[in-house]
Design a protein around this ligand. Structure first.
Ligand SMILES: N[C@@H](CCC(=O)N[C@@H](CS)C(=O)NCC(=O)O)C(=O)O
Length: 217
């Protein structure tokens, strides 16, 4: 059954692959599962019909027959569980890959989002100049630790997994900040993810929504 996901009709990032449907598209592309997309305006996302699918009135959602999911991490996990290619078969390696999925969403994404919200919405506040360095120090602490763990490896734990997929998309949230470039191995890691054919197909499909031109994928 072809799943349907939801995405922004007009993404605030102008289709640069930062909206969270990118994670879902990339996972579906990695496993070779075709999908359909229902585009939503900001007001449609807040209407009851969409809140049945997503209690917080956001994207992405995922529908497959009677199953409706929200939360990009849960959706990627569902896709990874039902197809091969995103989680190792070995039980221990699988558990470690899942651990990296949680690390991406619970440990690395929060300080990235905190910084992003502050720079976007709080720059006019009197305390902004004091607050920003505090948030960036917290973020750099985690990035330094992640960089130390990754070292010279291509991926976080052996072969590419859903843990890497989520970590790369989370780190891409730093695009334009210049902070990721302070960690050469993390920059190379993100570039490695972006070079994957499945990533490119997902990116092109998301960009095509914004440009109105069909993707080549
Ligand atoms: N934790 C959620 C976050 C979802 C989220 O923040 N979605 C954004 C797009 S990337 C959104 O819908 N923003 C519009 C809004 O919150 O009104 C997930 O990972 O799916």
């Amino acid at each position: 059954m072809t799943p349907t996901i939801t995405a922004f009709e007009r993404s605030p990032d102008r289709g640069r692959g930062l909206a969270r449907d990118m994670r879902v598209r990339w996972a579906l592309e990695e496993v070779g599962q075709p999908y359909e997309v229902r585009l939503l305006s900001f007001s449609e996302m807040k209407e009851p019909a969409h809140r049945v699918l997503h209690p917080f009135g956001q994207i992405p959602t995922y529908e497959e027959g009677d199953l409706a999911l929200f939360e990009s991490g849960a959706i990627v996990f569902h896709i990874a569980e039902r197809h091969s290619g995103l989680l190792p078969d070995d039980a221990g390696a699988r558990a470690r890959a899942i651990t990296w999925m949680f690390a991406a969403l619970n440990t690395i994404e929060p300080p990235i989002v905190d910084r992003e919200i502050t720079t976007r919405e709080e720059h006019a506040k009197t305390w902004y100049a004091q607050r920003l360095p505090v948030l960036e120090d917290r973020l750099r602490l985690r990035l330094g630790e992640l960089s130390g763990r990754l070292g010279d490896a291509a991926w976080l734990d052996g072969a590419f997994s859903a843990g890497d997929l989520l970590m790369v998309t989370v780190l891409r949230g730093l695009s334009g900040s210049g902070i990721l470039q302070e960690y050469s191995n993390l920059s190379a890691y993100v570039a490695r993810g972006e070079a994957r054919p499945a990533y490119k197909r997902a990116f092109d499909a998301q960009l095509a929504v914004f440009t109105g031109k069909p993707s080549n994928g």
